[in-house]
Design a protein around this ligand. Structure first.
Ligand SMILES: Cc1cc2nc3c(=O)[nH]c(=O)nc-3n(C[C@H](O)[C@H](O)[C@H](O)COP(=O)(O)OP(=O)(O)OC[C@H]3O[C@@H](n4cnc5c(N)ncnc54)[C@H](O)[C@@H]3O)c2cc1C
Ligand code: SF4
Length: 281
């Protein structure tokens, strides 16, 4: 299946106005992790928190809903959240940990659960992993370079970053500036070219913007734990949902992009193999 294994897909958003204001899309990541924390399903969550440098995230072991909220919004560069999972267990002593992860981070996390060499202390403590869709990512220096060189702006004055409708967008000093994605090619992390997973196939619940209208998220409900927490959050009114059949562009666009990513990754790994280079997939 091009979107991985899932039980149901829905379009959804957080009902909390504060979350809606600061979240990237429907605020599903923030709402779900906060709900799990309030209910004692997790004792803390590793998120991509703020750092001294704007738009350069730093992994944060969030112990309160306010700390989870402080990490809302997409930063288009790496946040080594996996590294902080060890800190969550060893330094903070958490027995039940939640986290948010892009697809490659999920592959690492699931590997530590299946083959816990040196990570036995962590394997059974991961209670909720919210995966986010990811087409590509940028080293921070590349992000700074194309924002300053091509968009004539800077991360310091940027209020929101987003990718959509074929462009990389920033909202800076109240103005929307869009750069066609073909202009950002070459700036992305080279490893992303062989990455076949768009929808965070190994998550408990995956979410992203593609498929749903602005301010809403597409959600793929995957594991028993993920389905149960998501459904509870809907039942108590923290999250509202619509059927994917009632929203545009819906699942066909998500499936098309996910298939395109797999095809490109295969082409790239085939050509690397021909050159005798090692490939992970
Ligand atoms: C590099 C990147 C590329 C993406 N590409 C796509 C795409 O092609 N299509 C698509 O539909 N969606 C994509 N997304 C996901 C999308 O931008 C939103 O993150 C997702 O829809 C969740 O929105 P939300 O409102 O539920 O989350 P929010 O409630 O706003 O919370 C966002 C959460 O994401 C975490 N986060 C932010 N930046 C990072 C990061 N760099 N690494 C790990 N965690 C992070 C934060 O800790 C926070 O908890 C991408 C995300 C990233 C990080
Ligand atoms: S494209 Fe793949 S390898 Fe690159 S950041 Fe996204 S999930 Fe990771």
């Amino acid at each position: 299946m091009v979107l991985g294994t899932y039980k149901e897909a829905v379009s959804a958003r957080a009902t909390d106005k504060q979350i809606q204001k600061v979240s990237q899309d429907g605020g599903i990541v923030t709402a779900l992790l906060s709900y799990a924390l309030d209910e004692g399903i997790i004792e803390g969550a590793v998120v991509a928190g703020p750092s001294e440098e704007l738009w350069k995230p730093e992994p944060l072991v969030a112990m309160t809903s306010d700390e989870i909220l402080s990490a809302a919004g997409t930063k288009y560069t790496f946040s080594p959240n996996v590294w902080a999972l060890k800190k969550a267990v060893r330094q903070y002593g958490l027995e039940k940990v939640g986290t948010v992860a892009i697809p490659c981070q999920l592959q690492g996390i699931r590997k530590t659960q299946s083959y816990p060499f040196g990570t036995r202390f962590l394997a059974d403590k991961l209670s909720l992993i919210v995966g986010i869709f990811c087409m590509e990512n940028f080293p921070f220096a590349s992000l700074e370079t194309f924002i300053s060189e091509k968009m004539k702006s800077s991360p310091e004055v940027t209020e929101k970053m987003d990718i959509g409708k074929g462009k990389f967008w920033i909202n800076a000093l109240g103005e929307d500036i869009g750069l066609p994605l073909k202009e950002t090619h070459g700036y992305e992390q080279a490893g992303c070219n062989i990455c076949p997973d768009y929808t965070a196939e190994l998550a408990d619940v995956s979410t992203g913007s593609v498929g749903s209208p602005d301010g809403w998220s597409t959600v793929l409900k995957r594991t028993e734990a993920g389905i149960s927490i998501f459904d509870q959050a809907v039942e108590v009114g923290i999250i509202e949902t619509k059927s994917m059949d009632d929203v545009k562009p819906g699942l066909p666009l998500l499936e098309k992009l996910a298939q395109g990513k797999k095809d490109n990754a295969k082409k790239e790994s085939d050509s690397r193999r021909e050159l005798g280079l090692p490939v992970p997939f």
